[in-house]
Ligand binder design. Structure first.
Ligand SMILES: *Cc1c(COP(=O)(O)O)cnc(C)c1O
Length: 406
């Protein structure tokens, strides 16, 4: 029987589908990134959105062990999860500071993003008990968040030296990758540097200036400055158009057991809606994953140009005839398996290659990581052993060491 890859001893409470995350691969990727940085440049591991689906707590711990200096999250609740799990490293919250969150920032020692003069004004009026570390976000062309360059300079002039507001950093975010539009990135960087030099001219020094995320980190070494903010590369993926520039390992595998096997004969149908009619006898396997796990779903994209539109239409025409273009969604030991009929909420039928595929065989399943359901159990691996488990029904404290579960 195909067992899929070498079967690791997993506790039976895991159930029939799970995500395997290789924390050694995460550490390897952090080490590769650090090789590109000069020793003075800090590395922020971006662990927003539950660590891009991998598990923010586990990725944070692995990245910090491998030498990351700081963590980046989007919201305070994401930061709180880390603090609750005893992650003590500095955490920058990207969402601009809101006055009502002041106590959380101070009690949990989060670093705040200041993104508008208005929010900053309220900070000045507050009688803070302790000093709050802030990074100023400057809008240089993305036009999503951040102060305008002039405002940023004014703001620093007002708060510099204030004992309750420590301006530790200043940053901006690029709207495109350098490979998509290098000029635009250069222009954003120039605007940012103008802010930096007018601050320096006035005698204000801000220790952590940062602009690069994964793509600019690879292409624009002269923009690394005091810190880079890295997500994508840590998770073993490349920004679009940057494939294989540095060696990375993919830490992510979704696996499922075949839970039922049967033969279906010509003329019979498979799945909801009876959309799929069998032409010649097939042996099928049922796997316990579906669209509730984000299996078979993708973010809706608008066509970028006319050619793109044509491609999309042709894909839909193929799909109408039951031919799915693109990446295979299910594989059994490297063999792609055809999905038959509609993908259900939590069950999907696949065509089996031979009698060796049976109930209990393990398949790997393609699910886009950033929107993979957090209900899928995560199994954390290091040195080919299970070192932790996160299940949706348990408290985070059920992350256990090998041998502790029964
Ligand atoms: C998500 C994010 C990053 C990381 O981007 P990657 O391309 O995944 O490396 C960096 N900075 C900010 C502000 C972000 O929101």
């Amino acid at each position: 029987m195909y067992k899929g890859e070498k079967d690791m001893a997993l506790p039976s409470f895991i159930g029939p589908r799970w995500v395997e995350i290789d924390l050694d691969a995460v550490k390897f990727n952090v080490a590769q990134i650090k090789k590109l940085l000069s020793p003075e440049t800090k590395l922020m591991a971006v662990v927003k959105a539950d660590g891009y689906g991998f598990g923010a707590v586990e990725v944070s711990k692995a990245a910090l062990e491998a030498g990351a200096d700081m963590l980046g999250v989007t919201t305070i609740d994401e930061g709180l999860e880390l603090r609750e799990m005893e992650v003590e490293a500095p955490i920058l919250v990207f969402t601009p500071f809101m006055p009502e969150e002041k106590d959380v920032f101070i009690n949990y020692n989060f670093t705040a993003t200041v993104g508008s003069y208005a929010a900053a004004e309220t900070l000045l009026k507050e009688n803070l008990e302790h000093s709050l570390k802030v990074h100023i976000k400057v809008n240089t062309g993305m036009n999503r968040l951040g102060m305008e360059p002039k405002e940023a300079v004014e703001f620093v002039s007002r708060v510099y030296g204030n004992p309750f507001i420590e301006v530790e950093g200043i940053y901006t975010h690029f709207a495109v990758t350098p490979r998509k539009n290098r000029n635009f990135v250069e222009k954003q960087f120039k605007t940012f540097m103008e802010v930096v030099s007018s601050l320096e001219d006035k005698g204000y020094s801000i220790p952590i200036k940062h602009v690069c995320s994964s793509a600019a980190l690879l292409d624009m070494p002269h923009m690394h400055m005091d810190m880079v903010r890295v997500g994508t590369l840590i998770y073993g993926q490349y920004p679009f158009g940057y494939e294989k520039i540095i060696p990375l390992k993919d830490p992510w595998k979704v696996k499922a057991k075949i839970i039922h096997v049967k033969k279906v004969f010509p003329g019979e149908k498979i799945g909801y809606g009876g959309d799929f009619t069998v032409k010649k006898a097939v042996r099928i396997g049922i796997i316990p994953v579906g669209y509730a796990d984000s299996f078979g779903t993708a973010p809706e994209m608008n066509p970028k140009n006319f050619l793109d539109l044509l491609k999309m239409i042709i894909k839909k025409i193929f799909a109408y005839f039951g031919i799915r273009a693109g990446m295979p969604l299910v594989k059994l030991a490297d063999l792609p398996l055809r999905v038959l009929g509609r993908i259900g909420m939590q069950f999907t039928a696949v065509e089996l290659p031979d009698e060796n595929a049976d109930v209990g065989s393990i398949v790997s399943v393609f699910i886009r990581r950033t929107n993979s359901s957090s209900r899928l159990p995560r199994v954390y691996i290091s040195e080919k052993r299970v070192i932790g488990i996160r299940v949706p029904w348990g408290k985070r404290s059920c992350i256990q060491r090998q041998g502790e579960y029964s």
